[in-house]
Design a protein around this ligand. Structure first.
Ligand code: ADP
Ligand code: MG
Ligand code: ZN
Length: 493
């Protein structure tokens, strides 16, 4: 993470998220990705003369739901505005957006990052329509104009410049993405452009009460790209400032492949969008009761879950992130913990360890979660924690469970995987092995302490892998260190 010695860093993000409504925001065209070029457009979203927009109520509800999740005030009366500019991906030559009265304002998101708890201000969330998509081909020198994306509902979430590192920005973006997914507002497929952001960065001398000049970076399509863009910009500004220069307010384009940003325009040439209220749509009036109702239906949110996983369950921030990145894993943890048989930490360790490994190896998450039910996971962990099976056998049971779709207990019996924890029996095994392995015993007596590992291994072999290794190790040590206490001396002593 880049530090800027002597400077405070201020970062503000503008996050665009496509909403997953059935239809587009102002027409009845389907809102889905991947259709043939220009197969999903109509006179409204192509801006043909005389076509009139009709606002999609579901899009408004989804935007408000996100606003409530981010502790925003909801404007019961708001309206859409025209943002005028010309670009080939915008057939109407204006975008219907919200300007002076957005749906949601003045919210905040609690963030836990690097052990510090912080509230990130949300300036506003507004509803707008997406533009079309241009695909340039260097080979043919032509550009394909696809209007399918025109009119796809977007929300823009604008933060206050409260973030102070790329790590915090990443944590913020992760939390926003999870929130959109948990609330089923957006599928957040970044590779399809469903989630994009602009990044604003400024520096001021440490402790300064005012903000520095901001530089905005556009075209940031991945979270890792956002981190790299921020780091790049911090370094660029530190370089300018330490040379005695001043940062100029400008908009730059992030080129993720090259890892650099390029000047697009300076403030002087900034576009004048000539905003005015959209005359073809009336005011958006929300009922207080329905907003209250939506607010009450909010579940526990990823930001709170994150804090609970760290503070109450005792996971590290990294572990909590890994758990929260998958709704499936998260639900498995919570539902297994709710059974009250094992600690959330030991459940989490299984999920982050063996379960994640299986998924990485290509196991289908759907099948895995269907077979590894909370009851089964709980049983599996209990069996290992009680010592009924060894941790090695636990891994075996887990693999078998996925193959055979059976309960752990059943599998332990079927395959005879019970661990031998009978002390008398194991003591006999230890004595047999010590009698057979004179050389290792001597090695141990002569200070080669790693001979113990070999002896444990021999005992495990003797028990066909079923001996309790901790117990064997303890009994071996007892016998080696106090041979008299075993009642029988190893024969060479
Ligand atoms: P625009 O549409 O011109 O980008 P917005 O007000 O929509 O303006 O967005 C401004 C974004 O820039 C916000 O995320 C805000 O937090 C951020 N920002 C504003 N001033 C600064 C600053 N001095 N340093 C860093 N970020 C800033
Ligand atoms: Mg902006
Ligand atoms: Zn349409």
């Amino acid at each position: 993470m880049t530090e800027a010695k002597g400077y405070d860093i201020h970062i503000g993000l503008e996050v665009h998220a496509q909403l997953n409504t059935e239809t587009k925001v102002f027409c009845a065209c389907k809102n889905s990705f991947g259709a043939p070029i220009n197969a999903q457009c109509c006179p409204v979203c192509m801006g043909l003369p005389g076509a009139l927009p009709v606002l999609n109520q579901k899009a408004v509800e989804k935007a408000v739901f996100m606003g409530l999740a981010l502790n925003c005030q909801i404007n019961l009366v708001s309206h859409m505005d025209r943002k005028n500019y010309f670009y080939p991906d915008l057939p109407k030559a204006y975008q219907i957006s919200q300007f002076d009265r957005p749906l949601c304002e003045k919210g905040w998101l609690p963030l836990l990052c690097g052990g510090k708890e912080k509230r990130i201000g949300i300036e506003r969330i507004h509803l707008e329509e997406d533009a079309g998509k241009l695909t340039h081909s260097d080979q043919t020198g032509k550009t394909i104009v696809d209007f399918n994306r025109c009119g796809v509902p977007l929300i823009e979430i604008v933060t206050a410049p409260d973030l102070s590192s790329s790590d915090e920005a990443k944590a913020f973006l992760d939390t926003i993405k999870r929130t959109l997914q948990f609330l089923e507002l957006s599928d957040c497929k970044m590779e399809e452009g469903a989630l994009r952001c602009d990044v604003n960065v400024s520096l001021t001398p440490c402790g300064s009460q005012t903000l520095g000049t901001r530089v905005e970076m556009k075209n940031v399509n991945t979270f890792s790209g956002a981190v790299r863009a921020i780091e790049f910009e911090i370094k660029r500004q530190v370089h300018i400032l330490t040379q005695g220069g001043t940062v100029t307010q400008e908009t730059r384009r992030w080129d993720d492949q090259k890892g650099i940003s390029i000047l697009l325009r300076t403030k002087e040439e900034a576009a004048d969008y000539r905003f005015f209220p959209e005359p073809d749509l009336g005011q958006i009036v929300l009922e207080k009761e329905s907003v209250e109702h939506l607010k009450k239906s909010l579940p526990e949110l990823p930001a709170q879950k994150f804090m609970r996983f760290v503070d109450t369950f005792g996971f590290s921030e990294k572990e909590a992130n890994a758990l929260l990145d998958s709704q499936g894993k998260c639900a498995l943890l919570e539902e297994t913990a709710a059974l009250g048989e094992c600690s959330p930490k030991s459940i989490g360790n299984w999920i982050l360890g063996d379960v994640s490994r299986k998924l990485k190896e290509g196991e289908s998450e759907e099948i895995l979660l269907r077979r590894l039910t909370p009851v089964r996971l709980s049983q599996l962990i209990s069996l290992t924690e009680k010592g009924t099976i060894s941790s090695t056998a636990g891994k075996k049971v887990f693999a078998l469970l996925l193959q055979e779709d059976k309960d752990p207990q059943e599998l332990v019996e079927k395959y005879g995987l019970q661990q031998i924890s009978d002390e008398n029996l194991l003591r006999q095994v230890v004595q047999t092995v010590l009698a057979q392995q004179e050389k290792s015993v001597l090695d141990y007596q002569n200070g080669k302490k790693n001979a113990l590992g070999f002896l444990v291994g021999q005992c495990m072999r003797e028990t066909k892998g079923k001996g309790n290794p901790e117990m064997i190790s303890r009994l071996l040590l007892e016998a080696l260190n106090h041979p008299e206490s075993t009642g029988r001396l190893p024969k060479m002593l």
